[in-house]
Design a protein around this ligand. Structure first.
Ligand SMILES: Nc1ncnc2c1ncn2[C@@H]1O[C@H](COP(=O)(O)OP(=O)(O)OP(=O)(O)O)[C@@H](O)[C@H]1O
Length: 416
């Protein structure tokens, strides 16, 4: 069944899943204003040193996070990092062990889910199997929002229209594809026009192209409604595409909150650097001595306290990789192996060999082995890396990021 975070559908969200992939909608809410037009607006949300322990397991450790009204924040982190727990606390399905949660400055501790004006879309959806798409939405609006029947049906139709799935109105879930069910489930959460919408991996289980299509639609709809949204995902590309800001969680701690550019360009911890990016940052451990970090095949000037150095894949240049040939047989751009020009002496230089190259549109991701370490780089597709060939990877000093023993980013050396 479906289920509103509150009592509307008579049970806890996610009890019965329909289909193999998708999201449960826990729509929700009695008590919020029933709003007319499309623009709903959202509330600011503030997690204030929120901790949650389950016995000996610390799922969340003093998480402080302020989300602005109408903002979309992607909660990104690996499995077990505390993302769902944070979302459940926001919905009122769980309470923090300590700390506070405020909507628009008002503490929500002890406020039951159905009084919070929150809609939720879960990983495993549960539409009512015996109801059509239109009925699924209409029921959420009638029971959850208390709309009269005619208004509920009108809003349900309008929402299906907005999502481009009007043709599904009279279909039951069994007669829909996974992606279609997902759209209906998301539609049901959006139709309630709550001021907060929580999405917990709503697209897991869908194929890659559909995920990309759907995330564009979701962002478009959320922006249109002006709802404050928290979107949980462990897919960093999805987080970067959807979030106005991305909150990276690791081991129950908020590692960083920032715009996608900030999180990518200036990761504040080794954890973030190694999690965000596709492929993520390459990181080498070393020993710091007399102003230099030395490790397996490298020796670079480094700030005091450095124990590791990282470089983004696109900042490593391979020496001696020939240019690809075009269909006509001519060299694509005349660059016969980019040399070390422009790479200063204080940068990184590592010898290795190419293991495999993957074509990614206009670029290639190339995986190499340098000593005992796997390294990923990104090069222009006009270069043709050959598996097995030896190369030297170089990165300028300005592209190096150093981390200390606690995993914190260190300020760069002057001049870098
Ligand atoms: N009800 C519970 N009882 C005991 N431990 C729990 C409970 N809920 C969560 N945990 C633990 O808390 C930690 C965080 O779990 P949570 O589900 O929030 O992580 P997540 O980042 O959402 O993971 P995933 O991406 O796998 O869903 C995990 O170690 C998990 O095992």
């Amino acid at each position: 069944m479906s289920a509103p975070v509150g009592e509307a559908a008579g049970g806890r969200a996610g009890e019965v899943a329909v289909g193999v992939a998708g999201a449960v909608v826990a729509g929700a809410v009695v008590g919020g204003a029933v709003l007319g037009g499309a623009v709903v607006g959202g509330v600011p949300i503030e997690f204030d040193r929120v901790s949650r322990s389950f016995g000996a397991v610390a799922a969340l450790r003093e998480v402080s996070l302020s989300v602005r009204a109408g903002e979309i924040v992607a909660l990104l982190g690996p499995s077990g990092s505390g993302k769902s727990t944070l979302l459940r606390i926001c919905a009122g399905l769980d309470e923090p062990s300590s700390g506070d949660l405020r909507f628009d400055g008002t503490s929500q501790l002890g406020v039951p889910p159905h009084r919070r004006d929150v809609s939720m879309v879960f990983q495993h959806f549960a539409l009512y199997p015996h109801k059509t798409a239109l009925d699924n939405l209409t029921l959420a609006l009638r029971h959850g929002r208390g709309l009269p029947k005619a208004a509920a049906v009108a809003r349900a139709r309008e929402t299906l229209d907005l999502l481009g799935i009007s043709e599904l109105a009279d279909r039951r879930p069994a007669a829909m594809s996974g992606g279609q069910r997902q759209r209906v489930a998301i539609g049901r959460a959006l139709a309630t026009r709550s001021r907060v919408i929580l999405l917990d991996e709503p697209m897991s289980g869908l194929d890659a192209q559909l995920r990309v299509d759907l995330r564009v639609e979701i962002v478009d709809l959320l922006r249109g409604l002006g709802t404050t949204a928290l979107f949980v995902t462990h897919d960093q590309a999805e987080a970067m595409a959807i979030g106005d800001r991305v909150a990276v969680l690791g081991d129950g701690r908020l590692q960083q909150i920032g715009t996608p550019d900030e999180v990518y360009d200036t990761p504040v911890t080794r954890f973030v650097a190694g999690f965000v990016g596709s492929p993520p940052m390459n990181i080498w451990d070393g020993r710091f001595e007399a102003g230099r970090l030395r490790g397996d095949g490298f020796d670079v000037p480094a700030p005091a306290g450095a124990v590791a150095v990282g470089v983004r894949p696109e900042h490593l240049t391979p020496d001696g990789v020939p240019a690809a040939r075009t269909g006509s047989g001519s060299v694509a751009d005349g660059r016969e192996g980019r040399g070390p020009q422009g790479v200063d002496d204080a940068g990184l230089a590592l010898a290795g060999h190419i293991v495999v190259a993957e074509r990614l549109g206009a670029e290639r991701a190339v995986y190499l082995r340098c000593g005992g370490q796997k390294v990923a780089i990104r090069v222009d597709a006009t270069l043709a890396p050959t598996p097995g060939s030896a190369v030297t990877l170089r990165a300028p000093r300005s592209a190096l990021t150093f981390f200390d023993a606690a995993g914190a980013r260190l300020a760069s050396l002057p001049g870098a």
